[in-house]
Design a protein around this ligand. Sequence first.
Ligand code: NAD
Length: 321
Amino acid sequence: MKESINLLITGPLGHIGSRFIHAMNSNNRINKIVLIDNFSTLRYPSLFNLPANTHFKFIEGDILTFDFEEILKDIDVVLHLAAMTDAANSFEHEELVMKVNFEGTRRVAQACAKANVKMIFLSTTSVYGTQEEIVNEDCSLDQLNPQSPYAKTKLMAENFLVDLATRETGFKFTICRFGTIFGTSVGMRFHTAINKFIWQAVMDQPITVWKTALHQKRPYLSLSDAVRALFFIIEQNTFFNQIYNVVSLNISVNDIINEIKKYVPDTKIEFVESKIMNQLSYHVENKKFIDLGFTFTGALSEIEETVKLLKEANSSKNIQV
Ligand SMILES: NC(=O)c1ccc[n+]([C@@H]2O[C@H](COP(=O)([O-])OP(=O)(O)OC[C@H]3O[C@@H](n4cnc5c(N)ncnc54)[C@H](O)[C@@H]3O)[C@@H](O)[C@H]2O)c1
């Protein structure tokens, strides 16, 4: 690979992408970044005050219709983040989720294969949905049991990439099964477990926990590890057509609530029903990614930053509504 790297990111304005693009500094080998987002989640502020040391080019575009051919001529790696990401709500929008997460990824992958451009695809540890206690990437396909349309479409997209690489032998990809993200970014969202719990606690709402979930372990990924992992893959050129679990820690909802209580001591819990709560506890191994040379350093204590960001939004406790 040549010295400086030209990158294209789909869905760069979201929770993960916005932290990544704002983390660019002069030590990175990435020289130019093309950003393509359709503003479906309206995160305009993610484009404000981007680091001046990198050449950015923003294009308002949709992965379902954008013609990638011309632009990929000058690109080394595509970081494909664009997706419909709200797993719990994906039951209500199955068709659209299938379109964006599967058809969209198929379009991006085919364009990469045609242009000889490497691709990073962000999948999810929700593809496991399994009843084994410890799971890793060697799980056979019939052991994977995604519980939501979101996770199903991610698994379908993974399979498409693997299959495409057997037909288009020049196609190089890395699939990352990310744990649920926690941590702050300018385009951050609050619909996934840890961030949502922090929001509820700080806003004096009870934390809504799925009835069966309090002591079940799940895989999580700090945003700092997530961004370091993406730089690692791009700069170390680790494109071996492999799938990696990218997970900082496996913890229970109870562990998360205990951490939140350090900052919001009067946090309350309310148990609720959910369509995706019939999974058992599981632990996702991250050894395969560590064996590539990556070190996970993310810790749950990073949630203090999220609490701090929100605290002033509910500092006037004597206003009754
Ligand atoms: N956040 C997590 O906990 C988590 C965990 C595992 C995997 N992932 C995956 O990582 C990726 C990024 O996640 P995120 O949390 O930053 O998501 P996000 O929802 O915060 O951001 C997604 C971005 O994609 C854009 N987008 C959506 N549809 C598009 C389309 N058709 N064309 C162009 N742009 C489009 C949105 O406008 C948004 O800016 C996703 O693929 C997600 O599935 C996220």
